[in-house]
Every structure is written in C-alpha cells, then in structure tokens.
Design a protein around this ligand. Structure first.
Ligand SMILES: Nc1ncnc2c1ncn2[C@@H]1O[C@H](COP(=O)(O)OP(=O)(O)OP(=O)(O)O)[C@@H](O)[C@H]1O
Ligand SMILES: [Mg+2]
Length: 229
C-alpha cells in the first residue's frame, strides 16, 4: 500500500488523467484507494462526481489542506490503503507536503516538454532530498505521447532523460481519445466510452503503466514472482 503523488509544474501534462488511471487500476486489483484532489480547479472531484456509482470504490478527499493530507497519508498507511494525490501546478505548502508524504512521486511529462529545459518539480525534489535524510523516490511518466512517435525517437528521449539522471517509467501514456473521453465525460475507462476510438488499446496501456508503477512501490511483489507460503 502506498502514497503516490502526481506533480508537475506545467499545466495540462496529464496529472489528473494519470492519477485516475492509476487509482482505477489499483482499485481493479482489489486495493482500497483514496483519491486526493489538491487542485482548486477540482477536475478530479468533478470526474469523481460524474462517474458516480462507478467510481464508488474510490474514496475522495477534496482540498484537505496540508494537515489533512498528512492525516490521510498516516491513516492510509495504518489501514493499508493506497492514497493517490493529484496536484495543481502551484508551488505552495500543499505541494511540499504532497511530495514529502509520498512513497513515490510521478511527474507526467509530454515529450515536447523535454526540450523546454528542466522540470521545476524535479529540481524541487532534488533540493528536498539534499536537505533531508529521506529518499524521495520519483519517476517521470512520459505522457500524452503521440502514438505515431517512432520507437527510435522514444529511445532517444529516454536516453536524454537518463543522461540527466532522471528515472523514467518504462511505459509511456499514449495520447488516446479514450483517455480524453474518460476525464472530459466523467467515465470509467472500462465502460461506456461509446464513440471513442479503440478503448481496448487505452485499457491495455493503462494496465501496463500501473504494473510499471507498482514495481517501484515499497513492499510490492512484481506479478508472477509470488511463491506459495
Ligand atoms: N493520454 C492522453 N490522451 C488523450 N488526452 C489526454 C491524455 N492525457 C491528458 N489528456 C487530455 O489533456 C488535457 C489535460 O489533461 P489533464 O487534465 O489530465 O492534465 P493536468 O496536468 O491535470 O492539467 P491541469 O494542469 O490543468 O491540472 C485534458 O483535456 C485531458 O483529457
Ligand atoms: Mg489536473
């Protein structure tokens, strides 16, 4: 069970989309998940309300404040629940708290942002880490990736990040109409995405991303390696 924070200093990188994808994938694996909406824009809360009963397996806390977030993380650890935190781009006390309580910070990053210099959240994580004994583990999640981007370019992007010492999750989140429809129409990915193109590919993509992330979380046993007691 883990606390996972989605953070990025740039707008529209896919933070909320990726937080929903991970939370629903965790819930589908039978885990108890609390979604935390830390963005005053509240797009996660709107999605949760629209999804209604379909999202009822996901608890929601809207704008709990830094103290409330610390309590949620503590309670999640005690009850062995997952806590998935979605943030705004604001650099404030809530961001510091959300980075500090996380077992893993995920920084969604569209490929085109790699050209635009460093991601301030990565610099903030490095600064926080250098000031504390605690290891703040984090990964970049390549997001909104055009499905036509060739594998060779993707490999070059990975190399560029690796040269900067930035850990990158194996599977990128591909740009898919089904992902956009999920957030914009307040739907679960698995159901009722009528009119969208190939939701099956989006579902498979989301499952791979969740599997990659789960491998990085503390106490997780990668699928297929469990042995009978
Ligand atoms: N993989 C994807 N495929 C298609 N559309 C996507 C994908 N990821 C995000 N989008 C769309 O891009 C827009 C921004 O996504 P999202 O709201 O998740 O980003 P965000 O980082 O949370 O934005 P904000 O900074 O405003 O909170 C939304 O319209 C969303 O539907
Ligand atoms: Mg958002």
């Amino acid at each position: 069970m883990a606390v996972i924070t989605f953070a990025s200093s740039r707008k529209a990188t896919g933070k909320t989309t990726c937080a929903i994808l991970l939370a629903t994938a965790l819930a589908a694996r039978g885990r108890f998940v609390t979604l935390v909406d830390g963005d005053p824009q509240q797009s996660l809360t709107v999605w949760h309300r629209q999804a209604g009963a379909k999202a009822s397996g996901l608890a929601l806390a809207t704008l709990p404040g830094a103290a409330g977030l610390s309590s949620l993380a503590r309670e999640g650890r005690r009850a062995r629940h997952d806590v998935v935190i979605d943030l705004s781009t604001d650099r404030n006390a809530f961001l510091a708290c959300a980075l500090g309580v996380a077992d893993h910070v995920v920084v969604p990053m569209p490929a085109e942002h790699l050209e635009g210099g460093g991601e301030p959240v990565l610099a903030l994580l490095a600064a926080m880490q250098s000031r504390s004994a605690v290891r703040l583990t984090h990964s970049v999640l390549l997001s909104r990736l055009n499905p036509l981007v060739p594998a060779s370019l993707l490999a070059a992007l990975r190399r560029a990040l690796a040269e900067r010492g930035v850990p990158v999750l194996e599977t990128p989140v591909v740009e898919r109409a089904a992902f956009a429809a999920m957030l914009q129409r307040g739907r679960m990915l698995e159901t009722e995405l009528e009119g969208t193109v190939r939701p099956g590919q989006a579902i498979a993509n989301a499952a791979c991303v969740a599997t990659d992330l789960l491998k990085l979380l503390p106490g997780e046993i990668p699928a297929g390696t469990r042995t009978a007691a």
